[in-house]
Design a protein around this ligand. Structure first.
Ligand SMILES: Nc1ncnc2c1ncn2[C@@H]1O[C@H](COP(=O)(O)OP(=O)(O)OP(=O)(O)O)[C@@H](O)[C@H]1O
Ligand SMILES: [Mg+2]
Length: 237
């Protein structure tokens, strides 16, 4: 589903992504790990076309993202779900309006409010549609952010440390939710995480260091979860 070839991005003298090549099959959950500054967020931003690469290519399904002209970028972004590290909700807006807001600039074929309600229900927030972010817990705000990311019915969900700001129990609930939604909707999930227990529940672990891939582990080869966790722990996240 995703083919990344020799992708690079620098910020001034800093090489944030340094010649990454990576193929991701449709339907799986891939954990991007690695130390702070290793390029996880930058890679997600490039795949989500939030930032542009300096060189190399990204192809998602049949779309060569790195070759899209400005006018086509919005249409592509509409098809990708992005969950940001710090929710990025608009404080004055209700949960429902936060979910609807990003679709407003676009012509859509569905009823925005109806879909937003369905999604808030799917993430466990039925009845809280009118709450503003300050009235919601961190986990609930992240649920709103996930509902918002699903408005375009994305086949690909990119999530930047979706459990990073949450206590471990809430983090597990959010991860359970993402994995359930993935199953129900047949999405592919690429998520950045610092947490071993999060990475260990994904199908594959890709570790970055200094903008390059240093490890690429299949975590689904039939062993029991404790062994998988132990293997994941051996790789310093
Ligand atoms: N907008 C920017 N301007 C300048 N430098 C940037 C920018 N974004 C990222 N960088 C630099 O690029 C490198 C990779 O950053 P990135 O945010 O991708 O790392 P990360 O792996 O997501 O780290 P963390 O785990 O702390 O979130 C870092 O050295 C960072 O300082
Ligand atoms: Mg980051």
């Amino acid at each position: 589903m995703i083919r990344i070839e020799n992708l690079s991005k620098r910020y001034g003298d800093i090489v944030a992504v340094d010649g990454i090549s990576l193929d991701v099959a449709a339907g799986g959950t891939v954990a991007l790990t690695g130390p702070s500054g290793s390029g996880k967020s930058t890679l997600l931003h490039l795949v989500g076309a939030i930032e542009r690469a300096d060189s190399g290519s990204i192809t998602v399904d049949d779309v060569e993202v790195t070759a899209l002209r400005r006018g086509r970028l919005a249409a592509y972004r509409q098809r990708i779900g992005f969950v940001f590290q710090r929710y990025h909700l608009l404080p004055p807006l209700t949960a429902l309006d936060n979910v609807v807001a990003p679709t407003l600039p676009y012509r859509v074929t569905y009823d925005r409010a109806a879909r937003a309600r369905e999604l808030l229900d799917a993430v466990g927030l039925a009845g809280r549609e009118k709450a503003v972010p300050s009235e919601l817990s961190g986990g609930q705000q992240q649920r709103v952010a996930i509902a918002r990311a699903l408005m375009g019915e994305p086949a690909l969900l990119l999530a930047d440390e979706p459990t990073g700001n949450l206590d471990s129990k809430t983090g597990q609930q959010i991860l359970d939710l993402l994995l359930t939604l993935r199953e129900q909707r047949g999405m592919t999930i690429l998520l950045a995480t610092h947490e071993q227990h999060v990475a260990a529940r994904c199908d594959r672990l890709v570790r970055l260091s200094d903008g390059a891939v240093t490890d690429d582990l299949d975590l689904r080869d039939g062993e029991d979860p404790a062994t998988t966790l132990a293997r994941a722990i051996q790789i310093r996240l």
